[in-house]
Design a protein around this ligand. Sequence first.
Ligand SMILES: [Zn+2]
Length: 340
Amino acid sequence: MRGAVLHAPGDIRVEDRDDPTIEQPTDAIIRLSASCVCGSDLWPYRGIEDVTGPTPMGHEYVGIVEEVGSAVTTIKPGQFVIGSFFASDNTCEICRAGYQSACIHREYVGAGGAQAELLRVPLADGTLVATPGPASDELVPSLLAASDVLGTGWFGAVAAEVGPGKTVAVVGDGAVGLLAVLAAKELGAERIFAMSRYESRQQLALAYGATDVIAERGADGVAMIKELTDGLGADSVIEAVGTQDSMMQAIRSTRPGGHVGYVGVAHGVTLPGEELFYSHAHLHGGPAPVRRFLPDLIKRITSGSIDPGKVFDLTLPLEDAAEGYRAMDERRAIKTLLRP
Ligand SMILES: [Zn+2]
């Protein structure tokens, strides 16, 4: 099969790779209908995360089940399925509490590289969710978004305790931040501040339900949120970047007693204990337990009530994955969809 491999920072190649096979009786092999490039793929691509050798890339996936292991009982060949970047048994105590991304048996699905034609998914019964019927071509981008960026933005909103009447700020205007805006709207937020300096992203944030766009960042961004909330700060703040600046901007934009949902993969973030102590902010986040939300998100997508696939503003054949990375790195694209 063909698959994208990162050889060194900036060096993505689509090459021949071995077809994945059933390794454990609980595995499934799926033929990917689409995959995509994640903002978190840009960390190693930019050399901010080490690249230790040729690495198969991609951890977002939708497709049709091709084969299942002998112990798989609910997932069947021919089903259209979606799963998250962490495989989970969905039965352990941690899974049952809704934290499937910390399952005691979790495995990183992305190790197999989802920017490819085929993918091995461990713990298929616990990990994969089948759509009610075959997925139409128009729904594929939205269902693919549910695999990570929508589920992650949704978790950010839930972790930030977004709800009816709440004032919400979203730090980060990548796909996760934009879909956190959508999640906040769906969960009933009254006012949603999207923090972005880019015109196309501001427009999508407004389409997804943002009531205000704030172009200022850092201390100026915090000051603007305070100004718009009678000096108090937002009830709920979603952090969708993962840097020291964005995390501090999120904490300082939160009112005392408010909640920060942090879903940007943290890189070099150190929190000042004393400032945190006096902030009275709740912090909750981490790798999103996307699996918890998949059944609900699939229903909202197939019924047409949400359209998260709009975050894909560039579609390329898998063979052109390198251009897909470049376009996101240079901010010419919000998110690239790859068609095998
Ligand atoms: Zn589990």
